[in-house]
Design a protein around this ligand. Structure first.
Ligand code: ATP
Ligand code: MG
Length: 453
């Protein structure tokens, strides 16, 4: 069911309950007020004739009946004189025998009180009035028809019911308007989302209120922008990677085409085959990175003890040659420690970071790799004095396929996957990868791995 209708139903139900409660509270308050008015009248009437009525009490029931009859006709009601034990002493209708016990709710009272009861003779008011005389005390019971009270109550209830029905109808309509108004932004959001196609990925919606819907719209705008950004990067990556794959392929083709002509020249032949091998290795690395990137989330970690010495050996083996070639001095300062990590993945992450540091450093600027144990972490830091990262690029460098323009201008190689992979590896180990950089001055990457026993 649409949220609009759900809201409509809920609001209508709430209004309904509210109206019924108001009806019940106002109705009973009105009835009480009316009844207490009638009670006052009856009490005043009773008190006015009390002296006359009790003249013959408790001496003569017969005389008392005479008085009761006279005043009963005058007030158009039935009058009873009751003894102290609330038994009949005299009756204006002369129907009830002396000492008859009555079963009436009003007789529970000790003070003056009225009760309104529906009987087969209609709606009746029973009023009890206590009196005290030197000869003895007792009660006067007045029984009056209360048809006018009933009629007043009836017409009031009718009026209330009409008002209630009209207000319910209005509330029903009002709830519809309110629910439509409240859910209108949701419909607009759905409409705007339906306009999004793979070709046209824009989400525009103006909304002025400051509430959760505004937050939702902002979040959706951000999400669409991020998707577009991701898409753009992917397209850029596709073209760069195909270009990158094409370049070594073209070189390989050229080498292979010329290989038959240098067969006689042994030195040239060796040079050509070495070039061929280099291009193949480069392509292989790139394809491997791509594969790693796609499956990294499903890899099961295989932690094993790795010593700082092993890390040093690995780094020297992998980067000494490249660093010398680029004339970038490589400093390795590792605390003598052992830690637990997935060797292949951790070395991959370190390789990506160290390769970046060397790649984005001009000749003569040293790259320093350190390992320290800080609190509960093993902290690797890879610091260079290279080109640094511009503030506009900083939020994106961990996104897959992102390469800063500076980096592309500085070095054509690279697919923008290295940092994304390194970050994912850090997170797989419950660690983190952070960066600290000053544009055109240098960069430090920090890889924190929690200490695992
Ligand atoms: N040490 C660094 N100094 C300056 N910029 C860096 C450094 N490390 C990373 N960057 C920036 O971050 C971007 C992303 O780095 P990343 O390692 O993911 O990709 P890449 O080095 O361009 O390509 P590859 O996938 O081959 O590693 C780089 O293109 C560069 O702009
Ligand atoms: Mg890199």
């Amino acid at each position: 069911m649409k949220i609009q209708y759900q809201l409509w139903l809920i609001l209508s139900a709430l209004f309904f309950v509210l109206s019924i409660s108001i009806y019940a509270v106002v109705g009973s308050a009105y009835q009480e007020r009316l009844q207490s008015g009638y009670e006052q009248i009856a009490v005043t009437q009773g008190l006015a004739i009390m002296g006359e009525l009790t003249k013959a009490y408790p001496a003569s029931p017969k005389r008392s009946s005479g008085y009761l009859q006279k005043y009963g006709e005058h007030l158009q009601c039935r009058l009873l004189l009751l003894t102290e034990e609330k038994k009949v002493f005299a009756d204006s209708f002369n129907e009830l025998a002396i000492n008859t016990a009555l079963n009436l709710a009003v007789l529970q009272e000790e003070r003056q009180a009225s009760r309104f009861i529906r009987t087969s003779f209609g709606y009746l008011q029973y009023t009890l009035l206590p009196f005290t005389k030197t000869e003895g005390s007792g009660y006067i019971l007045m029984i009056q028809p209360a048809a006018s009270l009933e009629a007043q109550l009836h017409s009031f209830r009718l009026w209330m019911l009409q008002t209630l029905l009209i207000s319910l109808l209005l509330c029903f309509l009002l709830s519809y308007v309110v629910s439509t108004w409240l859910t209108q932004p949701i419909r607009k959001i759905i409409f705007a989302l339906k306009q999004i196609t793979p070709r046209k990925r824009s989400f525009t919606l103006s909304y002025r209120r400051r509430d959760e819907i505004k937050e939702l719209i902002e979040a959706l705008k951000k999400m669409v922008a991020e998707l577009n950004f991701y898409d753009e990067n992917q397209k850029r990556f596709l073209s760069t990677s195909s270009h990158e794959l094409k370049t070594p392929l073209a070189t390989m083709q050229l080498i292979l085409e010329n290989l038959p002509y240098v067969r006689q020249d042994e030195e040239k032949f060796r040079e050509f085959t070495a070039d061929l091998l280099f291009q193949i290795t480069k392509m292989k690395q790139m394809v491997e990175q791509l594969l790693l990137m796609t499956k990294i989330h499903s890899i099961a970690l295989q932690r094993q003890a790795i010593s700082a010495e092993e890390v040093r050996e690995h780094l020297l083996q992998s980067f000494q040659h490249l660093a010398e070639e680029k004339q970038v001095p490589l400093e390795i300062d590792l605390e003598q420690t052992t830690f637990f990590a997935d060797r292949l993945l951790l070395f991959q992450a370190l390789d990506n970071l160290v390769a970046n540091a060397i790649r984005y450093s001009p000749p003569g600027k040293r790259v320093k790799i350190m390992l320290k144990t800080v609190d509960n972490y093993h902290l690797f830091s890879i610091c260079d004095r290279g080109i640094g990262i511009a503030p506009k690029d900083l939020p994106h460098i961990f996104s897959p396929f992102y390469r800063a323009d500076d980096a592309t201008a500085w070095n054509q190689e690279g697919s923008g996957l290295g940092l994304a992979i390194a970050k994912q590896i850090a997170e797989l180990h419950q660690g983190e990868l952070t960066v600290d950089t000053v544009w055109q001055k240098g960069t430090c990457f920090y890889l924190r791995l929690p200490r695992v026993k």
